[in-house]
Design a binder for this molecule. Structure first.
Ligand SMILES: O=P(O)(O)OC[C@H]1O[C@H](OP(=O)(O)OP(=O)(O)O)[C@H](O)[C@@H]1O
Ligand SMILES: Nc1nc2[nH]cnc2c(=O)[nH]1
Length: 182
């Protein structure tokens, strides 16, 4: 039988109220940094959608938005792979200031490989913005300019992040009960 997502959550790691405060701060910082510049924010589907929709409304300068969907080759050992673009952005980014929006950075391989590809499209600049960062999991350095929260090496869901394609709609960021996996 279906039930409410709260029942599967062991612990709230970041409440929606804490997230909202931090997202507002990030929006203010980005607005200052890009004032007078031609900004395009590109969200990486699907995990970033909730963060993206909140963050874009905290950015107070005129800007464009677009989306991409990517997947890393070789789960588990992504180091040899590159990213496959499953859905590409529609806008031309040549000469624009590109800000990539992600939900989480884990090993770093997805963004490392994506950055390499996007540099070839000759944007004026590229910066990265992620809601969650797991520094303990990093396998490759990625230059992330805007980070919402550094979090421990726990598997989290909610606010866009999934487990088995579900729980993206949970309003906080939480840790799942073990019984859900077993
Ligand atoms: O730093 P990495 O180890 O490369 O991992 C981070 C990537 O993994 C997640 O995407 P996922 O493939 O789960 O897709 P989703 O956004 O559709 O959930 C996340 O959104 C990043 O894109
Ligand atoms: N949903 C989810 N995806 C991830 N990808 C890397 N780490 C995580 C995590 O903690 N949760």
């Amino acid at each position: 039988m279906q039930h409410y997502v709260e029942r599967d959550i062991e612990k709230i790691l970041l409440s929606k109220e804490e997230i909202a405060i931090r997202v507002k701060e990030l929006g203010e910082q980005i607005s200052k940094d890009y004032e007078g510049k031609d900004l395009i924010a590109v969200g990486i589907l699907r995990g970033s959608v909730v963060f993206f929709s909140d963050l874009m409304r905290e950015i107070k300068i005129p800007m464009e938005i677009d989306f991409m969907a990517v997947s890393s080759y070789g789960q588990g050992s992504k180091s040899t792979g590159s990213v496959r673009i499953k859905y590409d952005m529609q806008e031309d980014i040549r000469g624009k200031h590109l800000l990539i929006i992600e939900d989480i950075i884990d090993s770093g391989w997805t963004l490392h490989n994506l950055l390499e590809q996007l540099r070839g499209r000759k944007p004026e600049s590229i910066e990265l913005c992620c809601l969650l960062n797991k520094p303990d999991r990093r396998e490759v350095e990625v230059p992330v300019k805007y980070i919402g929260f550094d979090i421990p090496d726990e598997f989290v869901v909610g606010y866009g992040l999934d487990y088995a394609s579900k729980y993206r709609n949970y309003e906080h960021v939480g840790i799942l009960k073990r019984s859900v996996y077993e």
